[in-house]
Ligand binder design. Sequence first.
Ligand SMILES: [Zn+2]
Length: 236
Amino acid sequence: MPRLLPLLPLLGLLFATGSHAIEIGEVLERSQQQRLEAGVPATTDSERAQRIRTSFDHLVQLAPTEKPVELRILQGGLQAEAMLGRVLVVGEAVGDLPEGERLMLLAHEYGHLVMGHWGALVGLYRQHIPGEVNPQTTDPVAAVLGVQGQQLSHRHEYEADAFGFNLARRLGIGLDEALSLLMRRPVNFDSPTHPATRRRIAQLRSLQMAADAATDFPAAAAPVARAPKPAAAASN
Ligand SMILES: [Zn+2]
């Protein structure tokens, strides 16, 4: 599952470099850039990579962005991550997922990028560390930044889940796929970056209920106007 938030401990490694004043946005960018560069690109013409690219293209067509999103397929496991506000990094094993789960996963990550979550996170850090990054400026705010960073990250996860769910629904994918995906790697407790799986599932269920209610309501309100459904279409 995706990871968006580098927390304060990473700052330590940058103090070692510090011959010039560095600001927090640069620290965060650099840290993500390093992680991004550590990945090994996958073969681009494999079937798995093709399936990932096809799913990604579907999503982009449905919900185009102003700023282009780069898809980067790396060797590795079942993971995907929005990075630097502009790159969607995907492990090639995502190509082995059932298509619905793959779309759900990519739509979630795409949501992080479309909704500008990286910029919001950097903004939070800048608010607390407006000037030069050094122990004098970061130590006093570390605790409050930890709390607020977690709150913001959790909100971002719920927002990306909702975005992904709504986008994937337009491709005929729904709660079953979302739950299957989440249950591949269930997490019992909240982490600094992600809410516990059951909390995310609770939100998805309520989104599904709201979607069902929106679909049912016109039928209940205007039964006369509806044409009778053929039996074959009654279940879906
Ligand atoms: Zn996420």
